[in-house]
Design a protein around this ligand. Structure first.
Ligand SMILES: *[C@@H]1O[C@H](CO)[C@@H](O)[C@H](O)[C@H]1NC(C)=O
Ligand SMILES: *[C@@H]1O[C@H](CO)[C@@H](O)[C@H](O)[C@H]1NC(C)=O
Ligand SMILES: *[C@@H]1O[C@H](CO)[C@@H](O)[C@H](O)[C@H]1NC(C)=O
Length: 458
């Protein structure tokens, strides 16, 4: 019984001692490795040795793309691994302890930098940034960064553009002979991770942009006596044009079509035409606002207006052309009425009044002559009435004078009526002529609008 008790206490004491030693392992490791550690010294045993760093970059998200200021904000994940030759220990001396966690302010860190960054922000959940360290000095540091990178945008094809943005990773202080960067994964791709150890997937997508390519190469850049190791990534972002199609393109097309239809709808009189010029001008104003929306999103570079801007400009041009043509029609229509122009032959042809062609050349003078001839034929002054007595003759003379008086009155009334008739007829001819012109222009401009839209965007 006593023997059993001693055995039990022996084991428990042993257990307690072992657990205390295990808990102290990490501390012992820390004490051992940081005894003479200097975090500003490049962690190589000989000064002439080169330190190799494996770098992995993942684009987790595209936060925003700013075209006028030409920069893109990414959410990046980076993994960098290297071997710190001063931070090694033999696990056998520390009861098999193989990994410890150190903080980023305790150890030497490479000054890896995103060279084309405008602003960078490390996103960290905790105040301390822990790093894995294994007994052979292998260090693995993960970081999450929000980086705003400059990216020269080619907006000529906007909104059907694809932007290629560089992400340049480089070292700031160390020469190529001292530090070399390597791609952790030689192949960088868009597909999800498939277990291939040589493959790094990227995740980046955005509501407006879609990542279509991602590549990386190792580059050595020379600056005077120095050479620097760099990694040049490039990410292809393809814009999803739906927003611009629904907000700018379709409204512009419809507005211009409405402008044309409104201006050239036939059966309009002069006052209505003025209304239609107002309509055209309102449309122009609205289009100018749309153009402004497009222009505001673009960098004011040498490329000038992008495709969408040119499209809106063409739409404005078509609407303006419609207004100008309509104004000319108003002028000519008005003049044709006020100056009492005789419609030329082609008017009749265009107006489709070919059957009444004879009436066209009829001038008021002609008509009066014809009418006068007709009256002479029916007047009492004919050969049939020669043998009539004096009395009757006097009466007849009286009657004749009255008759001729009436005849004059009738003739002048007839003449005026005839003139009115001709005038009205001419007005009708002009009206139908300009109506037909309206219809032709309406169709032509609608076709032009569709054609230009198709050529520019099709
Ligand atoms: C580095 O320098 C040491 C002497 O300091 C020399 O023994 C060694 O060979 C050199 N190594 C290389 C790679 O040049
Ligand atoms: C930098 O590294 C390059 C390539 O290894 C070497 O030729 C050059 O002499 C180094 N320059 C300095 C100043 O160490
Ligand atoms: C990004 O979008 C593309 C195309 O829509 C899709 O194939 C891909 O799976 C998306 N990637 C992610 C990480 O959602």
């Amino acid at each position: 019984m006593l023997h059993q008790f001693y055995r039990l206490s022996y084991f428990s004491v042993l257990f307690v001692i072992i657990s205390v030693v295990c808990g102290n392992n990490e501390r012992n490791v820390m004490d051992a490795i940081f005894r003479n550690y200097r975090k500003t010294v490049r962690p190589v045993l000989e000064q002439n040795l080169t330190l190799h760093i494996d770098y992995e970059l993942r684009v987790y998200n595209i936060i925003s793309v700013d075209e006028p200021d030409q920069h893109v904000t990414f959410l990046l994940w980076t993994v960098r691994t290297w071997k710190d030759q001063f931070l090694t220990w033999d696990p056998k001396d520390f009861d098999g302890c193989t990994t410890v966690k150190v903080t980023s302010d305790q150890i030497w860190l490479p000054d890896i930098y995103l060279l084309n960054t405008l602003d960078i922000e490390s996103i960290s959940l905790t105040d301390t940034d822990y790093i894995d360290l294994s007994y052979d000095g292998q260090i693995r540091q993960l970081r999450k960064l929000k980086a705003q990178l400059s990216c020269v945008m080619a907006i000529g094809e906007f909104p059907f553009d694809t932007q290629i943005c560089p992400i340049t990773v480089g070292l700031w202080a160390y020469n190529y002979s001292e530090l070399i960067l390597h791609l952790r994964f030689p192949v960088v791709g868009l597909a999800p991770y498939n277990g291939d150890p040589n493959f790094a997937p990227i995740m980046g997508n955005n509501s407006e942009f879609e990542t279509v390519s991602f590549t990386g190469v190792e580059v050595t850049s020379k600056v005077g006596l120095f050479s620097y190791s760099e990694l040049h990534y490039s990410i292809g972002l393809k814009r999803r044009p739906a927003y611009y199609i629904f907000v700018v393109l379709i409204p512009s097309y419809l507005l211009t079509s409405l402008c044309i239809i409104g201006i050239f709808t036939p059966n309009s009189n002069i006052n209505e035409r003025n209304e239609r010029v107002t309509l055209g001008l309102t449309t122009l104003l609205f289009m100018a606002v749309i153009l402004n929306i497009v222009a505001d999103q673009m960098p004011k570079g040498k490329e000038g207006l992008p495709l969408l801007g040119i499209f809106v400009l063409y739409e404005i041009g078509i609407c303006a052309l419609a207004i100008v043509l309509s104004t000319f029609i108003i002028i000519f229509h008005q003049r044709s009425l006020t100056r009492d122009w005789k419609p030329p032959a082609f008017c009749f042809w265009i107006s489709g009044v070919r059957t009444s062609k004879n009436n066209c050349g009829v001038s008021p003078a002609n008509i009066t002559r014809n009418r006068a001839l007709a009256y002479e034929r029916v007047s009492p002054d004919g050969s049939a009435n020669r043998v009539i007595d004096k009395n009757v003759e006097r009466q007849t003379a009286l009657l004749q004078s009255v008759c001729s008086m009436f005849q004059g009155a009738i003739e002048s009334t007839e003449k005026r009526l005839q003139e009115d008739e001709v005038k009205k007829y001419r007005e009708l001819i002009w009206l139908t002529f300009f109506d037909t012109i309206d219809l032709v222009l309406l169709i032509l401009l609608l076709l032009l609008n569709t054609l230009i839209s198709y050529i520019l965007l099709g």
